[in-house]
Design a protein around this ligand. Structure first.
Ligand code: HEC
Ligand code: HEC
Length: 263
């Protein structure tokens, strides 16, 4: 992943040099020339469904078993400019199944326009709550499993800047009912080893013969599938559901206000 990022950045550097040298043609465009044209996003959607949906899903939200990412979330990252996304589509990602695409430039810009049009953005408005109190509630109830701003556990996803990616309603729902919508790379599993050890954890990666799990003590472990007595995926989320009795509506809003304050 980091390697791919690095390559992407390196590619930008090379790109910049080409632009500075005054080479014209395909690479000279740095902003989406079709950004203002609403038809571009629609046309891009058509290309997407024909060329990309088999891996990224018809709604661009990704397909778990292929491990192709949710493309509606890419814009929340700082490095995701129109030009960077153009370049990824054009060149693919070396070392992954994301292929290069030799489409003419306008078609790639249409894809960029489409991906902009399905971008998921979180809450832009200020969440009303007491963030100081929220910080304490977070330390007490959540930080065992979640990192924020570099500290905390890692059984659950990093929640830094999560309010930029999820609406307040979706976040509240994740707290009240975590099993309803389980994040990628956090699929729960329960297994029984040949030594009769019961392990619960989140599936980090898997192939036909082996499975890598972060167990509930947050230790990464690998197992050979043939040596397992049980492998049960039909499990509730590793995150406990927080009822109104455990965390009131005010408590939840305080926590979300805290999460919004660390970005
Ligand atoms: C054969 C499957 C496959 C096809 C077809 C495919 N992709 Fe991908 N794509 C992937 C995978 C897998 C990744 C993640 C690679 C990685 O980061 O290691 C990816 C990554 C990406 C990324 C970068 C996402 C990020 O998080 O930075 C973009 C953008 C993207 N694809 C767009 C497209 C578009 C647009 C198309 C169609 C023109 C397409 N892909 C076709 C599998 C595919
Ligand atoms: C025992 C570990 C654990 C605790 C404690 C925990 N979580 Fe989680 N959380 C997880 C795991 C694992 C996931 C990913 C699986 C899922 O989505 O259900 C998750 C998912 C989430 C998500 C969804 C993230 C996304 O990308 O959509 C949010 C939001 C969240 N947790 C907030 C909280 C908050 C707030 C608390 C404290 C009130 C908390 N969690 C306590 C383990 C935990």
């Amino acid at each position: 992943m980091n390697g791919a990022r690095y390559l992407k950045h390196r590619r930008h550097l090379i790109l910049l040099i080409i632009i500075l040298l005054g080479a014209n043609g395909a690479f000279s465009q740095t902003v989406n020339p079709l950004a203002a044209d609403p038809r571009a996003a629609r046309a891009g959607g058509g290309i997407f469904r024909a060329q990309c949906a088999s891996c990224h899903g018809a709604d661009a939200k990704g397909i778990d078993i292929i491990d192709a990412p949710d493309l509606t979330l890419i814009w929340t990252r700082v490095e995701a400019t129109d030009q960077a996304v153009f370049q990824v589509i054009r060149s693919g990602i070396p070392g992954s199944i994301m292929p290069p695409h030799g489409f003419p430039d306008p078609e790639i810009w249409m894809l960029v326009s489409y991906l902009r049009s399905v971008a998921v953005t979180g809450t832009s408005k200020q969440i009303v709550g007491n963030s100081t109190r929220g910080s304490e509630l977070f330390q007490g109830n959540c930080s065992l499993c979640h990192r924020v701003d570099g500290s905390g556990g890692s059984l659950g996803p990093d929640l830094t800047a999560i309010t930029a990616r999820r609406t307040q309603a979706a976040l509240t729902d994740s707290i009240r009912n975590p099993s309803a919508n389980i994040a990628r790379r956090y699929k729960p599993v329960s297994l029984l080893t040949d030594a009769n050890e019961r392990v619960r954890g989140a599936i980090k990666s898997e192939d036909a013969f082996s499975i890598q799990v972060m167990d509930s003590n947050q230790v990464l472990r690998g197992f050979s599938k043939s040596a397992l007595r049980e492998l049960n995926r039909d499990e509730p989320s590793l995150m406990p559901a927080f009822s109104e009795r455990q965390l009131s509506e005010t408590d939840v809003n305080d926590i979300l206000s805290f999460l919004q304050s660390v970005r």
